[in-house]
Design a binder for this molecule. Structure first.
Ligand SMILES: [Fe+2]
Ligand SMILES: [Fe+2]
Length: 127
């Protein structure tokens, strides 16, 4: 599978997981279930970021360091949110979306990663 096709496959997978998580949170599913989905999203996001960074290296993407920093920040925010989740009560549940770091991961896929995919499509991979 080519670099771009593989990234797109992973994005598709991740968007599916994010949608599932959003639905669970919106429909007030049990906290354990939401936490489980968050764990899955964080694990897959971490796997995907590493794969994408490898592909960026292979294609000589100039903005790789800035992009890696965005990845680091997104994961940091998601992990911090997960930590906080243990301490917030049910009544704060509805306020989640004001602090929802997973929407940022989704936006990252749609905007920042689009530039990476365009670069790879134009320049290919070195090996
Ligand atoms: Fe990505
Ligand atoms: Fe990315």
């Amino acid at each position: 599978m080519s670099g771009v096709a593989e990234i797109e496959r992973q994005h598709h997978e991740l968007v599916g997981m994010l949608n599932k998580l959003n639905d669970a949170a919106k429909h007030d599913k049990p906290l354990e279930m939401v936490e489980h989905l968050i764990d899955e999203v964080i694990a897959y996001t971490s796997f995907h970021f590493a794969a994408e960074e490898h592909i960026m290296e292979q294609s000589g993407y100039a903005e790789i360091e800035a992009h890696k920093e965005k990845h680091r920040q997104l994961l940091h925010d998601a992990l911090k949110f997960k930590e906080k989740l243990r301490y917030i009560g049910e009544h704060e549940f509805v306020d989640w979306f004001n602090h929802w770091p997973f929407a940022k991961i989704h936006a990252h896929i749609v905007y920042a990663d689009r530039q990476v995919e365009d670069h790879i499509a134009q320049h290919g991979l070195n090996n």
